[in-house]
Design a protein around this ligand. Structure first.
Ligand code: SF4
Length: 430
């Protein structure tokens, strides 16, 4: 990726977009986001990238650096921070330096609204410390100032050689685009309904803003697009249309997904429908955390969506049955939870020490009905005794029954067996 004004660049729209099917990624340009020697590729030849956003006050550099590192440690490959005030912009270089001191090379994305043109101009060290800018063309000023402000932000990206996400949003749609499309709609013999006009306005705003950025001088391979809404059917319709009409990489997510299971389910539904069609090059799950909740949960959910769809692997998967009247205690639930947490906690070390371990499957099953069968399908599995069964737990490794555990230390012994298996099978590869 280069980002200098005046360079020859490819055309904005793809003349003959490749049809996409289940499991086949849509072909896009490729955008490189880098910090130091860490390079993140966004686009069809790279994996679908997981990103997240901090919720600390960016003006509090230490708190923001700590949360950024936690998100990166959980697996966020890009971390976005809001840059909303001069005080926040002034602290961005300190956040970057603190992360570098902690050995965290995750690229930082600056989120700009309203005053981004001014902040990027007044704080060049902030502009340099960020690896990518997010610009919302609906939030760059009123009509008279809009074009100048947008141009100033794109020129800053060109000057500093940074890629940009042009992120339009349902809640802050460029009103001039919407007004133009509503006028055109009223001239139709059969006008579209208001929702369809709104969706078209999002797509048009994103694509026209990208074309404008290219005219200003930003290379086509320095642009990622997003068009977020908070309703599953709308997000699927908008991104399907965007994918059909351009070949920019797409940042996909449901905006304001919500709290708890609602946010997770809605995001999973929307992203699964799109990713299955090959649409989506980077994702963010916009979960509202519970008060005091762990911000990293949005990263885990993003990873689990990608892993469940078979698109990427991040950590070993635990298959566990739901339990039923045949389970006599909560022991198997506790064991499944313990093993799942243990495996995820090991991954920061295991991912470099034991290549391929992220593809491992572990089964923890509650009784003899499906326990032995499911355990045989896993790389390593344990079938716990159900009600009225003899109190023993056979362990299966690579489909073969090995030891049978019993007594009060089944959990510890099974964890040790898993650890030995990982060392033996994946340590050899390293
Ligand atoms: S494996 Fe056994 S305990 Fe688990 S859900 Fe099936 S029947 Fe119930």
């Amino acid at each position: 990726m280069t980002a200098h004004a005046g360079e020859e660049r490819p055309s904005t729209t793809h003349p003959d977009p490749m049809p996409v099917g289940p499991g086949q990624r849509r072909r896009t340009r490729q955008v490189v986001v880098r910090w130091d020697d860490n390079q993140v590729l966004i686009g069809s030849d790279g994996p679908v990238v997981v990103q997240s956003m901090t919720n600390t006050d960016t003006a509090e550099a230490i708190a923001t650096a700590i949360q950024t590192r936690a998100l990166a440690k959980a697996g966020s490959e890009l971390v976005r921070i809001t840059v909303n005030t001069p005080a926040a912009a002034a602290e961005v270089p300190a956040i970057r330096e603190q992360l570098d001191r902690m050995g965290c090379k995750v690229p930082l994305v600056g989120d700009f609204h309203y005053n981004g043109h001014k902040l990027l101009h007044d704080f060049p060290e902030c502009a340099e410390a960020l690896s990518k800018y997010r610009i919302n063309p609906g939030n760059v000023g009123s009509s008279a100032k809009r074009d100048d402000n947008y141009r100033a932000m794109v020129e800053a990206a060109c000057r500093h050689g940074k890629p940009v996400r042009i992120g339009v949003n349902w809640g802050s749609l460029d009103q001039s685009v919407l007004a133009r499309l509503m006028d055109a709609n009223s001239a139709r013999a059969q006008p579209w309904d208001a929702q369809a006009v709104m969706r078209e306005a999002l797509v048009t705003s994103a694509i026209e803003s990208a074309q404008e950025a290219e005219r200003i001088g930003l290379p086509g391979d320095a642009i990622v697009l997003s068009a977020k809404v908070s309703n599953v059917q709308d997000v699927v319709a908008v991104y399907t249309e965007l994918a059909r009409r351009c070949d920019y990489p797409l940042h996909v997510g449901l905006t304001e997904a919500g709290m708890g299971s609602k946010g997770i389910v809605a995001s999973s539904a929307a992203l699964s429908l799109l990713l299955q069609q090959g649409i989506g090059d980077t994702i963010r799950i916009s979960l509202t955390p519970e008060p005091g909740g762990d911000r990293s949960k949005e990263v885990v959910v993003a990873q689990e969506i990608l892993q469940s769809l078979g698109l990427r692997s991040f950590a070993p998967m635990v298959v566990a049955c739901p339990g039923c009247g045949r389970t006599s205690s909560t022991f198997f639930q506790e064991l499944a939870d313990r093993i799942q947490r243990y495996l995820r906690e090991q991954m920061p070390v295991w991912s470099t020490q034991y290549p391929g371990v992220e593809n491992m499957n572990v089964a923890v099953m509650g009784c003899i009905v499906n326990g032995p069968g499911e355990s045989k399908h896993a790389d390593i599995g344990i079938s716990l005794p159900g009600a009225d069964e003899s109190p023993v737990a056979p362990v299966y490794i690579d489909g073969e029954r090995t030891v049978t555990l019993k007594g009060d230390h089944i959990a510890e012994e099974f964890q040790a067996i898993v650890e030995n298996y990982v060392e033996r099978r994946y340590g050899a590869k390293a």
